[in-house]
Design a protein around this ligand. Structure first.
Ligand code: YNC
Ligand code: MG
Length: 427
């Protein structure tokens, strides 16, 4: 069992009690000792770097993922990342192009058969700050599964990350492998019940009519729930959003990215049509002061029962075969102005504040978020149970889903984290 993972610097079970936590399992390697050669690969394939700035190569990556990437356990839906989304996800400031790794076929077609990517991320985990690689988009063509290609891709990305003097990584997966630091359930909030029922994403509960379901999930913009000053984030909001986000994550979670520069915030949060939507709340009494923000990204799911009519093999995918899902990305808020609480000691953490005040603010903020997602024509709003998310689930009619997201570190041992301590959202 786990012939690959048992050779890697990860714990093999979560009850393997350690005498020491917050440490590496394997010491760093000096640059001379990191192999300069590609990991050996069967003669059917050769290594390549996918140049995401070339639209033909981006198209190849998009095609690989749209046919072969993650599906739900019932095989009804498959994630459908757009080329614009992939460009955003794979090209943050400072991105190393060598970390976009592909395998191509030597059969003469040069077809892209597999992929894995990494980006550098500055993480804070408990009290340790560390540069890590964030690994994502591992994918092997369906016809090549169970041939142990995944371990080869993982070893090649590890080698290229080690060449940059980085020896830890963070990643998430729907599947359980050795060994998660936290397992977080997916939650869904229907916005377009008719489409969700029609496509089999949701089911009518026994004895409930569609009309009744639509009624149940309707979002009325009551006068007291629309936040004054809510608007799309603009370039000039970047420094304030960065401050709110870093402060929020540090106070409320135990593992999160540190957003070191305005450039990074600009990349991840400045709105991009059909990719990332970020809204801020500007205090109407103090012009320019931002008190809250939230963001979500568009990640459609392809409906597979319509695979033949989906248009996957033609130029344009039929929009009727996509569920437009919004996924919660980052949010943050500054409680002072909203609640009228004065915080004299700047060291006081949000944790010391009344939990019910946080809940009240977050429910209001997320209600506004749902109203905007609805207005933008999304079919469903999704998130995982991390950060403070569980505080708004009941009030805003989120329901738990089938899926779970597992969080992992490579070569870093920590005590298991509670769901609410997770402050990292991966795409
Ligand atoms: C997975 N998702 O357990 P053992 S998430 C890691 N992450 O090894 P084969 C995985 N390992 O148990 P297949 C994994 N899925 O024998 C499987 N494995 O020790 C392990 N799906 O390899 C598995 N994308 O090639 C087993 O399996 C070994 O042909 C079996 O390929 C797997 O991006 C896969 O879900 C996932 O495309 C490529 O099923 C394929 O089945 C596929 O025989 C659909 O592999 C798409 C999909 C995964 C999304 C993601 C995060 C990946 C993290 C990888 C680990 C990174 C480690 C850190 C590296 C840098 C370190 C530094 C410094
Ligand atoms: Mg394989």
């Amino acid at each position: 069992e786990h012939d690959f993972w048992k050779t890697q610097p990860v714990l093999l079970s979560s009850n393997s009690n350690q005498d020491k936590y917050d440490r590496a399992l394997k010491p760093d390697i000096s640059l001379e000792k990191v192999s300069k050669e590609f990991i050996p690969i069967s003669s059917e394939f050769y290594w390549c770097t996918v140049d995401i700035h070339k639209s033909s190569q981006m198209q190849e990556l998009y095609t690989l993922l749209s046919h072969n990437y993650v599906e739900d356990s019932d095989e009804l839906f498959r994630f459908h990342y757009s080329p614009e989304f992939l460009k955003w996800a794979l090209d943050p400031p400072g991105q190393n192009p060598d970390w976009h790794i592909g395998l191509r076929s030597t059969d003469g077609s040069n077809k892209l058969m597999a992929f894995i990517s990494g980006s550098e991320i500055e993480m804070k985990v408990n009290s340790v700050t560390k540069k890590m690689a964030e690994i994502n988009f591992l994918c092997v063509n369906k016809n090549l599964r169970k041939q142990r290609l995944a371990p080869i891709l993982i070893q090649e990305v590890t080698r290229r990350v080690n060449l940059c003097n980085i020896f830890q990584a963070v990643y998430t997966a729907g599947v359980e492998i050795p060994t998660p630091i936290s397992v977080c359930q997916y939650y869904h909030r229907p916005l377009n019940s008719k489409k969700l029922v029609d496509t089999g994403f949701s089911h009518l509960p026994p004895g409930v009519s569609l009309a009744k379901l639509v009624m149940h999930y309707r979002l009325l913009p009551e006068s007291n729930s629309q936040m004054p000053g809510l608007r799309l984030m603009t370039e000039k909001d970047i420094p304030q959003v960065r401050k709110i986000l870093n402060k929020y994550l540090n106070a409320r979670t135990k593992m999160h990215q540190i957003f070191k520069s305005d450039e990074i915030i600009k990349h991840w949060l400045l709105p991009k049509k059909d990719v990332i939507y970020t809204y801020v709340v500007e205090d109407i009494n103090k012009t320019g002061k931002i008190t809250d923000f939230f963001s979500f990204y568009l990640l459609p799911s392809l409906i597979l029962k319509n695979d033949k009519s989906s248009g996957l093999n033609t130029k344009k995918v039929n929009p009727n075969n996509l569920i437009n899902s919004a996924y919660l990305f980052y949010y943050g808020f500054n409680l002072e102005p909203a609640s009228g609480v004065e915080i004299k000691d700047s060291n006081i953490s949000y944790r010391d504040l009344n939990e019910s005040m946080i809940k009240e603010r977050l429910v209001l903020l997320m209600k506004n978020c749902l109203m905007i997602a609805k207005k933008e024509n999304f079919d469903v709003f999704n998130c995982v149970k991390i950060q403070d998310n569980e505080l708004f689930f009941d009030d805003l009619k989120f329901g738990s889903g089938d899926g779970h997201l597992h969080y992992y570190f490579y070569n870093w041992v920590i005590r298991d984290l509670k769901n609410r301590d997770i402050g990292l959202t991966m795409l």
